[in-house]
Design a binder for this molecule. Structure first.
Ligand code: HEC
Ligand code: HEC
Length: 250
């Protein structure tokens, strides 16, 4: 009887032990299941996110007005030599005050101007000919090259309060929007929302002046909505002179 009893107790103990093992295993498996579940959930969320963000990049790339960013700056450097652009626009020799500096100019802006010279939307004896000769496929490369050079800078000058105030605050009741709102506080321009605002800070004073006069007289009309014509027409001769002096020193 004692032996039977002892056997039952042992069996019961073994049963309890195996039950405990079972529960322990179930716990481990459950924990693993949860971990695997979260891993799968995390990886699939990450994949969906990555897919969405690459789709967003592709979409915003399509919205850009030009394909400039696909331009190859190295090839553009060679083309700028071959096509003789460097004869006039090279950084080293560009001290002619009516030939604009192109160093660091926004690729989108250069690309647009070359197209405008080609189509006649902007007119200039030399540049219309130079651009007409340029194969379409080379425009992006040339634009990419000039924009890859460190951006133009002027010599700091003692600017008048009149010029500084017009540049930063404009005179909105006279239709003079602040230059800084589009060309940036230091005049280094930007490409935003499909519009290319050129760098003007550090550009040759004479070139700036010539363009402002062209805008005022309506001889240049290629700014979006004619905004530059409206602004230039509203400036007095004294204001225009002071502004160009100030901007060339930025
Ligand atoms: C003989 C000199 C000369 C040569 C060569 C020349 N340019 Fe020009 N370029 C000018 C002048 C002058 C202007 C200013 C036009 C104006 O006053 O409207 C200009 C303007 C430009 C502008 C507009 C800049 C701005 O700030 O609006 C771009 C872009 C440009 N040139 C690119 C080129 C490229 C690219 C080449 C080579 C294919 C080239 N140029 C060859 C003289 C030259
Ligand atoms: C609402 C935006 C806006 C404001 C404000 C503005 N600009 Fe512009 N400006 C432009 C755009 C856009 C262009 C380029 C147009 C084109 O595509 O040819 C431009 C071009 C120019 C150019 C020609 C640059 C070159 O390299 O040929 C000059 C100079 C200039 N602006 C000066 C000024 C001055 C000075 C002021 C302030 C009194 C001013 N801008 C205010 C948008 C603006």
């Amino acid at each position: 009887m004692r032996a039977v009893c002892a056997l039952r107790i042992r069996l019961a103990a073994r049963f309890i032990a195996s039950y405990k093992m079972h529960v322990a295993w179930m716990r481990i498996l459950f924990k693993h299941f949860i971990a695997v579940f979260f891993h799968i959930a995390f990886i699939s969320t990450a994949l969906v996110f990555a897919h969405n963000s690459s789709a967003a990049t592709a979409e915003s790339a399509e919205k850009t007005p030009s394909q400039f960013f696909l331009g190859n700056a190295e090839n553009g450097k060679i083309l700028a030599e071959v096509e003789r652009c460097q004869g006039c626009h090279s950084e080293e020799i560009n001290d002619n005050p009516v030939i604009p500096k192109l160093s660091g100019q926004h690729a989108e802006y250069i690309f647009k101007q070359l197209n405008d010279f080609k189509s006649g939307a902007r007119k200039h004896e030399i540049m219309s000919v130079m651009a007409a000769d340029l194969p379409e496929s080379n425009l992006a490369d040339i634009a990419a090259y000039f924009s890859s050079i460190p951006i133009m800078h002027g010599e700091p000058i003692d600017a008048s309060a009149l010029a500084k105030n017009l540049f930063i605050n404009g005179d909105v009741k006279r239709n003079i929007l602040p230059c800084a709102s589009c060309h940036g506080n230091s005049g280094k321009g930007q490409a935003a929302n499909g519009v290319a605002y050129p760098a003007i800070g550090g550009q040759h004073r004479k070139y700036l002046r010539a363009q402002m006069v062209n805008w005022a007289l309506g001889e240049r009309t290629n700014s979006a909505g004619g905004v530059m014509n409206t602004i230039a027409k509203s400036l007095s001769e004294r204001e225009l002179e002071a502004l160009c002096f100030y901007i060339s020193g930025l």
